[in-house]
Design a binder for this molecule. Structure first.
Ligand code: SAH
Ligand code: SF4
Ligand code: F3S
Length: 449
């Protein structure tokens, strides 16, 4: 690491601010970027406007992201005017597409630094180019080996993200992620366990294991391990109290994974299981490699093991060729499963993907109308699922002070329901039993027991 760079950053008291878009993967990568920056002497900025280094960590999973990013960056033309060492940087998935990265550099000459998702460990040398040599820095690489030991700057709360597998091999026909994140690479189980042990020592009680498809975990490793076996090892070898994971692909969710529920005390009674559509025709053209019946079978098996399990999902409406009947199949699946919550999206055409070239792209108006109908149903189910908590006693892991009321704290149940109850900062990080007496639109309120 360059001493000269460090000295410049420290002696000028330089600060940074990161704006993160996209999924948990990106949120966690921003924590790594912050870790690298703080090792170099940067301090978090009080505000976006005051930050010497302003960084956008981008997502490209849907189209409007690009337009929005251009809007954000266009508005920052004068950001560096009052800063001797101002740096504007853009990174993340959108930059991993070389044409988008080049376009951005051409369009916004005041952007100093662009890097992709595989280059976080090179951040110091990129900053040297900008701050010591006065050059623009660009680094978008295909090299996708795993780099361990990147420092992580977490928010200090009791919940933490842990990567277990990077990349995706599935090529769902609508999805850009495999093109920007490359092929599947699993971390070694020992590295994952060591990280979780360290997190426990630092006071973390809940980890969310991250991967585009955690069910592929271990397929690319020499050691013989699968995702359910990894869960069993984490449960047995660390003191972590709660484990969650995102995301499990329904096509290869093993019975051994279902068997972990109710068997591993640390595995939370919640699963995010993206269904995408309730129509077999659409699922086939999405290349999801499962049927509606298979998905419903998984739900039955999960509920047979853990009747109270919370089930959440992702759904796309308006995939090319989706008929009114196909869409109604989605609505009926949603009613049948009674999801606790769902992230819903209008299909968005992504360059490179197969679906972008499929015939019968759906009109924007039809997509919006279907999305509105689906959202109304999802809202209704969400209300129903949360209402069932009235009068129950639940274990809450306290995550922080409520934003609306300084005399209240907020945390989540094992089933990922948000609960507010009276408390103060000394409760953060503690497990507290709460009696639920009020159900709001998306959250619960209660009294300590
Ligand atoms: N790997 C995860 C999902 C990552 S993307 C998984 O397979 O579950 C998160 C969600 O964005 C997807 O589940 C999907 O519902 C949505 N999505 C992805 N590509 C999209 C597109 N082109 N248009 C609309 N929604 C999309
Ligand atoms: Fe995209 Fe499908 Fe991979 Fe998820 S599993 S990241 S939806 S290609
Ligand atoms: Fe995530 Fe968006 Fe990248 S959803 S993996 S940040 S394209």
């Amino acid at each position: 690491m360059s001493e000269e760079l460090k000295q410049l950053i420290e002696s000028n008291g330089l600060t940074y601010h990161i704006e993160t878009f996209g999924c948990q993967m990106n949120v966690h990568e921003s924590e790594k970027i912050a870790g690298v920056l703080e090792n170099l002497g940067y301090k978090p900025s009080e505000s976006k406007a005051a930050a010497d280094l302003l960084l956008f960590n981008t997502c490209c999973v849907r189209e409007h992201a690009e337009a929005r990013l251009s809007g954000h960056i266009g508005a920052l033309k004068d950001h560096k005017a009052d800063k001797a060492y101002g740096v504007l940087a853009v990174c993340g998935c959108m930059m991993q597409q070389k044409d988008a990265a080049h376009k951005l550099m051409r369009r916004f000459p005041f952007v100093d630094m662009v890097f992709g998702t595989n280059s976080i460990h090179k951040l110091d040398s990129l900053l040297e180019d900008v701050l010591l040599r006065g050059q623009r820095a660009y680094c978008v690489e295909e090299d996708i080996s795993i780099v361990e030991d990147i420092p992580v700057r977490r928010d200090g709360g009791p919940c933490a993200f842990v990567n277990i597998i990077y990349g995706c091999n599935n090529f769902c026909t609508y999805c850009i992620v495999p093109y920007v994140r490359g092929r599947e690479r699993s971390r070694r189980a020992d590295d994952i366990i060591d990280e979780i042990k360290r997190l426990c020592d630092e006071g973390v009680s809940e980890v969310t294991l991250l991967g585009q498809n955690v069910n592929s975990y271990g397929n690319d490793l020499v050691e013989s391990i699968s995702f359910p076996r990894l869960l069993r090892r984490i449960d047995a070898e660390t003191n972590i109290r709660r484990i969650r994971f995102m995301t499990s692909h329904p096509k290869d969710m093993a019975d051994e994974l279902i068997a972990c529920y109710g068997d591993l005390p640390s595995l939370c009674e919640h699963i995010h299981l993206p269904v995408q559509s309730g129509s077999d025709n659409v699922l086939r053209r999405m290349n999801r490699l499962y049927t509606r019946a298979h998905y419903l079978g998984l739900i039955d098996k999960l509920r047979a093991r853990v009747p109270d399990i919370a089930i959440t999902t992702d759904i796309i409406v308006g995939f090319p060729g989706e008929t009114e009947n196909d869409f109604e199949d989605t609505l009926s699946l949603v009613s049948e499963v009674q999801f606790d919550a769902a992230f819903t999206f209008a299909y968005s055409k992504r360059k490179l993907t197969k679906a972008a070239d499929m015939p019968d792209q759906i009109d924007k108006a039809v997509k919006s109308e279907r999305l509105a109908r689906l959202n109304a149903l999802v809202a209704e189910l969400q209300r129903r699922s949360i209402s069932a908590y009235r009068g129950r006693d639940v274990e809450v892991l306290t995550e922080g002070i409520s934003e609306r009321d300084a005399n209240m704290v907020v945390g989540r149940t094992r089933t990922a329901k948000t609960v507010h109850f009276p408390g103060d900062a000394s409760d953060i990080g503690r497990f507290i039993n709460v009696h639920i007496d009020e159900v709001l639109t998306h959250t619960l309120r209660g009294k300590r027991l």
